[in-house]
Unconditional design. Structure first.
Length: 201
């Protein structure tokens, strides 16, 4: 695990609390795919734009199961298709305060609405341009994925019940690997965190 100033896990927590992004590696369900991750409670349009520009993958809002249920978000997967390793919920949009829904501002606003302390199902409409993921309540002990890792980190540092994730692709559209991102991580101050280094649920 790399961290700002080699400060270990506490430095990662401070980085997330300050609105920083990390790169999560070591997903056991997605053949080594990497994700940008940040605490959903700290989301900004600038962060969404950064992920869209440099990650290029789908931007998702990972939620604890209890938070998803509170917001009326139900699983999208019917049980018939291939398992992508992504437990999608039905896509969402903020009921108020968005235009087309797809801009960085609109997606950040939808995430902020979903993460508000008093948020409820009526605050959202479906479908929308933000794609929820519903975490396993068993945490990392049940699923060794970037979703549960991101939720565990946010829980550990009291940053709320949600994490924003974006899969990272190379310029040619194939999925990035850790070796592709080491220089980028150093240049942008984006720590790479291996899921195997996290020993909490």
């Amino acid at each position: 695990m790399t961290a700002p100033g080699d400060g270990g896990l506490e430095a990662i927590g401070q980085h997330l609390a300050d609105g920083g992004l990390i790169i999560l590696a070591g997903d056991a369900l997605r053949h080594g795919d990497l994700d940008f991750a940040m605490a959903a409670s700290r989301v900004t349009p600038q962060a969404i734009n950064f992920m869209a520009r440099h990650g290029r993958g789908l931007i998702c809002l990972g939620l604890t199961q209890s938070r998803a249920w509170k917001l009326g978000i139900t699983p999208q997967h019917s049980g018939d298709g291939a398992d992508s390793g992504r437990p999608f919920g039905v896509s969402i949009e903020a009921r108020h305060g968005v235009e087309t829904g797809i801009s960085a501002h609109d997606r950040a606003h939808t995430i902020a609405v979903a993460m508000a302390p008093d948020a409820r199902a009526h605050d959202l409409v479906k479908p929308g341009h933000v794609f929820p993921l519903i975490a396993d309540p068993g945490g990392l002990g049940a699923r060794r994925s970037t979703l549960e890792a991101g939720i565990a980190l946010c829980n550990r540092f009291d940053l709320g019940e949600g994490v924003v994730l974006c899969a990272i692709m190379r310029d040619d559209g194939t999925m990035a690997r850790r070796a592709d991102m080491t220089g980028f991580a150093a240049e942008h101050g984006t720590p790479i965190v291996d899921i195997d280094a996290l020993d909490f649920g």
